[in-house]
Ligand binder design. Structure first.
Ligand SMILES: *Cc1c(COP(=O)(O)O)cnc(C)c1O
Length: 389
């Protein structure tokens, strides 16, 4: 059975060009990028090339790119490093209720260690009230952290506007851009973002490599202490094959970005329209015209998301549940809960996330198979009101 992979917000296929570019660094090119000899220098050259490739994708200067082990590390380093750099003089951290756990858990950790934390609410469509954000920034605010694109719904926050607001207020601004980079254009030369996190495995590089962008002049205490690697901002011997991989993936992303916002969007819209037309009592979670081009989060009333996923899995289709009840807990996703999505829909929410490797045949296969799945599950559902059954 062929796999139809529609879970690209969880992780992506390593691009063949990326896998190929890594290979020499598992073989003959094993030098330490920080060594003085030319054997190491050769390897260093490839690390610096990757830094330029990532910088080019972001509209940044190569000196502003810090390689890390993952998106989670980048988020931790941005938040903890900024608070530490203020040496106790600023205690207030601002974020949103819909962040990825990499940000939310770190903010809550900081709150349990003396910081004051504000978690901004979102409305029914997953959007923020920027006036509320502006009003709650004080002289005590150390950092504002707002994700660029939500991993569950794809909803985009107006990051350029928020960055300018923080700049006006003189507050550091961090964005978790793990889902945005490679899917929509990001240009840091025009946007006063101080810190930005991205992750390799969300843009066709392997798992276990990320970047923290640190704008020149931003105050940041290092998160991992040790040697002088990465300009003293992140110690540890450079993970050369993975850094090279991320460089090539960034290069590919820059060249494919038009495809993301055109053909990937077309496939996503085809999937969404097909399902909404054929499955009654289904609707899109999140503001439809402010979303990533690859993500569709659809709530099916009166069914369990997990049951839909199991039926899709039996057909070789990989999607994901909007709810985080992987361990059998019946808690719906914190993102859908923050949006006030009713229980009956939050439990039956499915996230489909596409990539440039998907085809129209795959989408049409899923559209054709959804109605019987939903119909069968509703027949079995204890949630369906009598009138609907
Ligand atoms: C996947 C993801 C992360 C974590 O990145 P890792 O490299 O897996 O640690 C952080 N934030 C968002 C929005 C993500 O989707």
């Amino acid at each position: 059975m062929k796999t139809i992979y529609l879970d690209n917000n969880a992780t992506t296929r390593v691009a063949p060009e990326v896998a190929e570019a890594m290979r020499p660094f598992f073989g003959e090119l094993y030098g330490n990028a920080s060594s003085m000899h030319s054997f190491g220098g050769q390897v260093r050259h490839h690390v610096e090339r990757a830094r330029e490739q990532v910088a080019a994708l972001l509209g940044a200067d190569p000196s502003e790119i810090v390689f890390t082990s993952c998106g989670t590390e980048s988020d931790n380093a941005a938040l903890r490093g900024t608070v530490e750099a203020h040496a106790g003089r600023r205690h207030h951290v601002v974020t949103t209720r819909v962040e990825h756990p990499a940000v939310l858990s770190t903010c809550r950790y900081l709150a349990s260690h003396g910081c004051r934390l504000t978690e901004l609410p979102v409305d029914r469509e997953g959007l923020l009230d920027l006036q509320m954000l502006e009003d709650l920034i004080t002289d005590d605010t150390a950092i504002v952290s707002v994700m660029w694109a939500n991993n569950e719904t794809g909803v985009l926050f107006p990051i350029e506007e928020i960055a300018r607001l923080c700049q006006r207020k003189g507050v550091a601004f961090h964005t978790d851009a793990v889902q945005a980079v490679g899917k929509i254009p990001v240009d840091l030369s025009r946007t006063p973002i101080d810190l930005l996190a991205l992750s390799g495995h969300k843009l066709h590089a392997p798992k276990g490599v990320g970047v923290l962008y640190v704008r020149k002049g931003t105050r940041l205490a290092p998160f991992i202490l040790g040697g002088h690697q990465e300009g003293g901002k992140r110690a540890g011997t450079e993970n050369v094959p993975y850094i090279v991989a991320l460089g090539v993936a960034a290069d590919l992303a820059a060249r494919h970005i038009r495809e993301e916002v055109t053909s990937v969007r077309t496939l996503r819209d085809r999937l969404e329209a097909g399902i909404l037309a054929s499955c009654p009592d289904a609707h899109v979670n999140g503001r439809r015209d402010q979303r990533l081009p690859n993500t569709a989060n659809i709530g099916f009333e009166f069914v369990e998301g997990e049951s839909i996923l199991m039926d899709l899995d039996a057909l070789g289709v990989c999607a994901s549940s909007g709810s985080a009840c992987t361990s059998g807990s019946l808690e719906p996703s914190h993102v859908l809960r923050a949006m006030g999505v009713p229980f009956t829909a939050a439990h039956g929410s499915i996230r489909f996330s596409l990539s440039r490797y998907n085809t129209q045949d795959e989408i049409d296969f899923v559209v054709a198979h959804m109605p019987p799945i939903i119909h069968r599950l509703r027949d079995l559902s204890p949630f369906v009101p009598k009138a609907k059954a």
